[in-house]
Write a protein that binds this ligand. Sequence first.
Ligand SMILES: [Cu+2]
Length: 68
Amino acid sequence: MTERTYTVPDVSCEHCVSAITKELTQISGVQNVNVDLETKKVTVVADESVEDQKIREGIDEAGFDISA
Ligand SMILES: [Cu+2]
């Protein structure tokens, strides 16, 4: 199990939270997704087999950019 955190500046409301959560939980191997509205951080707990790129694509699919 591995935990990764991404900063997504455009997250602004519960709608954004659910869009990202819905997209990322569809990825096989993802165990938990937490989106923090205050810090704009998306924390993803997933199996080691889930690639970083896969999660980034999921956030992109949801319509959001990740800041470095
Ligand atoms: Cu929103």
